[in-house]
Design a protein. Sequence first.
Length: 573
Amino acid sequence: MAQHIVVDPVTRIEGHLRVEVVLDADNTVTKAWSSSTMFRGIETILQGRDPRDAGMFTQRMCGVCTLVHYLASHRAVENAFEITVPKNARLVRNLKLGAQFIHDHPVHFYALSALDYVDLLSALKASPAKAVQVAYEYSDNPYNVSAGHYRDVQSRLTAFAQQDPSLGVFGNAYWGNPSYKLTPEQNLVAVSHYLDCLDVQRVPAKMMALFGGKNPHPQADVVGGVTCVEDLADPSRLARFGQWLQETNDFIARAYIPDVLMVGKAYAGEAVAGIGAGLRSYMSYGGFELDDTPVTSAATLFPSGVVLNGDLSRVVAFNQAKVTEDVTHSWYAGDVVHQPYEGVTVPDYTGLNPRVNGVATLKSDEKYSWVKAPTHDDHRVEVGPLARLLVGYASGNTTIRHGVDGLLKAGGFPLSVLFSSIGRHAARAVETQIIADAMGGWLNELEVNTQSGDLSTWTDFDFAKVSGDTEGYGLLMAPRGSLGHWVRVKEGAIVNYQTIAPTTWNASPRDGTGRPGAYESALVGVRLADPSQPLEVLRTLHSFDPCLACAVHLVDARGRDLGSFEVVSSALG
């Protein structure tokens, strides 16, 4: 008999996400629906404002993805007014964005998703001496490894459990679920690095603040470049950035990547079976410019393109004009498909089905999410680290191929394992290492350029002379995937502004033809060991690193009530 399960709210994400799945008699998901249950926003209040101010507003769409919205907004305005930033600004932006990645990816793995694979309570049963041996199986020089340290970790966890029997932030989890596969010693190694990451993650945050003025919500970028001239003129500031980069890269190489490899090998069966693969169509905007031409034509560390139906023999060119959004199943008025320049965001909340056994369900045949459904050239696609690496791999990018092949060889995996939830974690780890390595070169390039006497950070332009209508788009490689901002300007003021965040692509509902979004597609085929503990559902969702705050961003500037609804706790229906 089929079961309908509601998971609401999904935790360890940014924002508010509800997922409903139907299980068959074997507890395997046959249908899934993804719904963002709350909205917040920016786009409407930008209308009528100076486009040079848009970045300060858009970065507040999220408390995590602040920098990327800031940069994408400036790119959109720079594109509209044909402004190319100077070399120093390009390098500083690359370094700040890189710091965002090497902060975000490890934090996602340890704080948001690792506990889907790591049984914390099992670590209390581990032998610290054997845990040392396990650590050396995955690294020649493991991070913070010793039997004494591992005993200390166990003592800290035990004391925490005795002080708070509910386990605090670790409570209401599914410890002991039969779906966990790591040994007690492997769990102890991973939990140790989980705690280490809490300290290490502060370092790349300081790297972002060094050039950004503060973090989150940096303030040292402007349309035309950056404002951190004094930082570039001080060699000690650049040296400090380099020291912090080395500290972070040390953790990445000796803890993060080995732990992803350890988890990947333990759960290789799921990866080989393609659990969580989903759409198998991927899109990347590319990113990290390597020369000083306009960003729309610059060479990039990661290439742009689209891979369809898992075919790595062919890459389709990306074209921003072919991006559209459908609201057929979204809580917005109408069913017209719009390109972002023409995007319309009019709320139309239609509610949930009546409660049955105390639980309301989505009107899955009607409107059921605050997220829109974007497509590229009428294709539903996944975005994110896996998409970027598969597009790069299919494009023949040697840096990406080297990184991917190296991890696959270390784990003894075939390339096909990337088409899975585990594959998303593997891709994120490889991407982190590629970016961390590239940042050293950009920092050296910046040091050489500034020491030669070039301290230019901004391209002068006369905004007052711009007349008539103009429009521009800013595409950015964000940690969670492809981020786009589109702006239309008339007589110096914004008349329309639209953003499509990575989670908009991935968390979207079905489109007008009934095709599912990436989350919905990836959940089909996932089997639950225990339907009352939907751990495997969380594994697949967390592999995308959801950020619903970015995906839904509407506000009514006049303060009108746009609808009311209720978030219910996780339940079985």
